[in-house]
Design a protein around this ligand. Structure first.
Ligand code: KG4
Ligand code: ZN
Length: 337
């Protein structure tokens, strides 16, 4: 019997819908939100309003592209959290309404689990991690070291105690007067810079947890002092600044990743989330992996950022094991795995 699932992702600033049939991705439609660019960050109120405008056309397009009618659907999935509550509410309300109208199961998916599933999309990609594997999930909202035991069982070994890695990119980029989101801009600028030119504070956090707020403060004070001497310091040093900042973020990420491999003995290593698109992080992971005998895995570029395909793939596994939700399930801004 065929299993066709429609999934919706609306946790932050992208509205996305995907259709998966028997585990195969048929469509994945995304609508970004430009309204935030001029504010230098996502404005929650504007995000939920934009989700409301996008959700019907995005779901429509996903069904059309997949060649699927609503009567063909066996379940409706949505991102339960973590994320912006107002944004999550748009996706969850729509999914609940549709599941109720069609009288089919509702599946509430953990967004973090979704990011890990992005590693297995698209299916044609040959190199997939084998279980158990470690996944460093790095995005604008999360920084977590995850041990993946099976598609629906994951343990968080370490997480950030303050800012996320992507937030460090975005906030420091803002201090350099760069546009939002800063991560990709810094990635590009850093290619022509000296990563050792400037050095910033490395955090001292116990165990496998991360911290990025100290780096942010250290970067701010550094810029403030240099700007006193030379108001043109930022534009004159933009490439070296970007490269040195990026280098510090990557060093922080790699330190705990290496320690988690030593502790668990697992050498199947993946990265996921928006920051996993960073070219220098990928290079560093490849080199470190080569030197230490790890097998390394990266999600396809288009599945690194928030998308409904990863949510729907997770939902497919939940469907197979009968993990359904009722109409009173509520979205959660904060949520662990
Ligand atoms: O996964 P994502 O789309 O959203 C969240 O769930 O947070 O990740 C967005 C984050 C932003 O902080 C953005 O700056 C960062 O991913 N990012 C990058 C790169 N591309 C996106 N950071 C560093 N280098 C990149 N190439
Ligand atoms: Zn995300």
């Amino acid at each position: 019997m065929d299993v066709t699932i429609l999934g919706i992702e609306s946790s932050c600033d992208d509205t996305s819908a995907a259709v998966i049939k028997n585990g195969h991705l048929l469509s994945n439609i995304m609508a970004g939100q430009e309204v935030h660019e001029k504010y230098g960050g996502v404005v929650p109120e504007l995000a939920s309003r934009a989700h409301q405008q996008h959700i019907v056309p995005v779901v429509d397009a996903a069904l059309k592209k997949a060649g699927v009618k609503t009567s063909d659907l066996d379940a409706v999935a949505f991102t339960r959290g973590p994320g912006l509550l107002g944004s999550l509410l748009v996706g969850s309300s729509f999914a609940k309404g549709l599941a109720l109208a069609l009288n089919i199961p509702l599946i509430a998916v953990n967004h973090l689990m979704g990011h890990v599933h992005a590693l297995f999309l698209p299916e044609e990609e040959e190199k997939k991690p084998s279980l158990p594997f470690l996944c460093l999930l790095v995005s604008g909202g999360h920084t977590q070291l995850i041990q993946v035991n099976n598609p629906l069982s994951m343990d968080v070994l370490g997480k950030t105690i303050d800012d996320a890695a992507g937030e460090a990119f975005d906030k420091c980029a803002k201090m350099m007067n760069l546009p939002y989101p800063g991560g990709p801009v810094i990635d590009e600028l850093a290619a022509d810079g000296d990563p050792e030119k400037f050095s910033f504070a490395m955090p001292k956090v116990n165990g496998l947890d991360y911290s990025f707020s100290g780096l942010k403060t250290s970067f701010l004070y550094f810029l403030r002092d240099r700007l006193k001497e030379d108001p043109e310091f930022i534009p004159k040093n933009i490439h070296d600044l970007a490269a040195s900042l990026q280098n510090t973020i990557i060093k922080i990420l790699m330190e705990k990743l290496i320690r988690s491999v030593e502790l668990t003995g697992i050498k199947e290593i993946a990265i996921a989330g928006g920051v996993s698109a960073n070219s220098q992080l990928k290079k560093t992971l490849l080199e470190t992996g080569k030197n230490r005998g790890w097998k390394t895995y990266f999600p396809a570029r288009r599945f690194t950022t928030d998308n409904a395909a990863m949510i729907t793939r997770t939902a497919y596994f939940m469907y197979l094991t009968g993990k359904f939700d009722t109409q009173d399930v509520i979205p959660k801004a904060r949520m662990m795995l």
